[in-house]
Design a protein around this ligand. Structure first.
Ligand code: DQA
Length: 145
């Protein structure tokens, strides 16, 4: 089975481009997916967004079957979700954590991440380019780039 890179986005990121553009920029999730597909070349990208914690857990379970790696921006669940961290701990490939904004320059509740306890790498504050960097890193870590 051909393996794909999962790009998973959590709550409110469906509004990317419209939501607080001063913090998150003007690009949409579709723009992000298109840019990641360019970087990935022949490797397939599966881009999904869910506003629900369980939805993200189920997508991570799917990635166990055919995921080369996971780039995840879990949004606010980053700071609260043991369930998403536990799901990521069942995944054997590389996990890259992405945050569009520099969470460390923001409120202190954004400084702790459950995802970081599993992530192989973390990209914060690079805007939406962070997703492309994450895909590049997954390709490198899996010997494809
Ligand atoms: C975010 C940062 C989180 O703290 C916030 O809840 C988000 C987006 C980011 O990409 O900068 O929804 O993950």
């Amino acid at each position: 089975m051909a393996k794909r890179i999962y790009i998973l986005n959590g709550p409110n990121l469906n509004l990317l481009g419209k939501r607080q553009p001063d913090i998150y920029g003007h690009e949409t999730l579709d723009d992000v997916t298109a840019a990641c597909r360019k970087v990935a070349g022949e490797v397939e990208i599966r881009a999904e967004q869910s506003n629900f914690e369980g939805g993200l857990v189920e997508l991570i379970h799917e990635a166990r079957e055919d995921g080369l790696g996971i780039a995840i921006n879990a949004g606010a669940y980053t700071h609260t979700s043991v369930a998403i961290m536990d799901a990521l701990n069942t995944f054997e490939g590389p996990v890259m954590e992405v945050h569009i904004s520099n969470v460390h320059k923001r409120e202190s509740f954004r400084h702790h991440s459950y995802i970081s306890l599993r992530a192989d790498g973390i990209i914060v504050g690079c805007g939406t380019q962070g997703y492309e960097l994450a895909v590049q890193r997954i390709l490198r870590m899996t010997g494809q780039g």
